[in-house]
Design a protein around this ligand. Structure first.
Ligand code: ZN
Length: 177
């Protein structure tokens, strides 16, 4: 049998412990918020750069820019376009995109294939979320984080990426202003 006084003592201790727990939780959350804020600043800057990269594309229908950043260094970049050596025309006479046009993220990832760098645990910045085909490349390249502005018409790529444990953030055009 626990006496009344004993109960009170135990309750007091329990309260104290839960208070400590809550404070610890808040501190953790607060640290997380701070981290989120500071990463956000760089995310926004890199997305703005990705937008500049998109402007380099010769494609008329859609211009997409990509940057791959690792340890706060840009290790690759890309925009949608035809492979090297091809004519810089993405669309045929009817305005349809040629099948051999490479998407921005594919170009950025493939550029790394001919370098000594690796996209493992890097962040991919995109002006538009990846399509299904590119999402496979993103996963296989070992990219661990994706930050993008616009949503591609088909969201299956992003869903696939999220389901495979890649951290995904969307920052809208308005947030970049
Ligand atoms: Zn794609």
């Amino acid at each position: 049998m626990i006496r009344k006084r004993e109960w009170r003592r135990l309750l007091r201790r329990e309260n104290r412990n839960s208070k400590v727990r809550i404070e610890k939780y808040e501190l953790r959350n607060w640290k997380y918020e701070i981290k989120k804020l500071s990463t956000n600043k760089f995310d926004i800057a890199y997305l703005k750069m990705a937008k500049e990269w998109a402007k380099l594309s010769y494609c008329k229908r859609k211009q997409v820019g990509a940057l791959i950043v690792k340890d706060r260094m840009i290790i690759s970049d890309g925009y949608n376009g035809t492979p090297s050596g091809f004519e810089n025309k993405c669309e045929d006479e009817e305005g349809k995109t040629h099948w051999y046009v490479l998407h921005a993220e594919a170009n950025a990832i493939l550029k790394l294939a001919s370098s000594t760098q690796s996209a493992k645990d890097a962040t991919l910045y995109l002006t538009m979320s990846p399509c299904k085909e590119c999402s496979k490349l993103v996963l296989q390249a070992g990219i661990s984080r994706l930050v993008y502005i616009d949503e591609y018409s088909d969201n299956e790529g992003v869903v696939f990426i999220k389901n495979h444990g890649i951290e995904v953030h969307r920052i809208s055009e308005e947030e970049l202003l």
